[in-house]
Ligand binder design. Structure first.
Ligand SMILES: CSCCC(=O)/C(O)=C/O
Ligand code: FE2
Length: 196
């Protein structure tokens, strides 16, 4: 079950811990979308290969490329280094689409006021992180996640570490954020249409 909360930015303890504010401040999926444009949909991690929902989403969104990544000490080559890179604040020129098949982890995204929001994902959770948003990823204390990576066209995994405010995708993201996310009322306006 996805959980979303504002992080305590001052905490310098292990990145794999929850890092809540005191008291904790949770967000709804619709609030996450309004302040960041991050979309979310729940799939069934046990039946997605037969129930057709993932295929439907891929077709509608033109996700033509798909592979899988497993992040664990045993399965990920250059584990420590890769995790360090994932946790460096960065953006991409394309959407980052992840569907968690097994395990769990945290995607952190910056909100409209540059505050960190932590999204706790586990099996069945799909998130779409827009191009141009500053974000990062970490494993949680279970140290294991397996996720499908979807892509429109050829995959480009290039992260651009902050600050890269002059990039076109960053400027475009900020103008969308200012103009439209806050006026939308449905959680994950686009993915929501697939919820039955
Ligand atoms: C669970 S997917 C690993 C993290 C990743 O691929 C990425 O690009 C983070 O920003
Ligand atoms: Fe990323």
């Amino acid at each position: 079950m996805v959980k979303i909360w504002y992080m305590n930015d001052d905490e310098t303890t292990d990145q794999r811990l929850e890092h809540h504010l005191n008291p904790p401040q949770f967000l709804e999926i619709s609030e996450l979308f309004k302040t960041t444009g991050v979309e979310y949909i729940k799939l069934n991690a046990k039946t997605f290969q037969e129930d057709g929902l993932l295929d439907k989403i891929k077709k509608a969104r033109n996700y033509s490329y798909e592979d899988e990544i497993t992040c664990s000490k045993e399965c990920l080559q250059d584990y420590e280094n890769k995790l360090k890179h994932f946790y460096a604040e960065h953006l991409h020129t394309d959407e980052e689409i992840r569907f968690v098949v097994d395990g769990s982890g945290y995607f952190d995204v910056r909100d409209v006021n540059d505050k960190w929001i932590r999204i706790s994902v586990s099996a069945g959770d799909m998130i779409v992180i827009p191009a141009g948003i500053y974000h990062r990823f970490t494993l949680d204390v279970n140290n294991y996640i397996q996720a499908k990576r979807l892509f429109i066209g050829e995959p480009v995994w290039l992260p651009y570490n902050r600050p890269v405010d002059e990039m076109a995708c960053r400027k475009e993201y900020l103008s969308h954020q200012a103009e439209s996310f806050k006026n939308l009322h449905k959680p994950g306006q686009f993915l929501a249409e697939f919820v039955v």
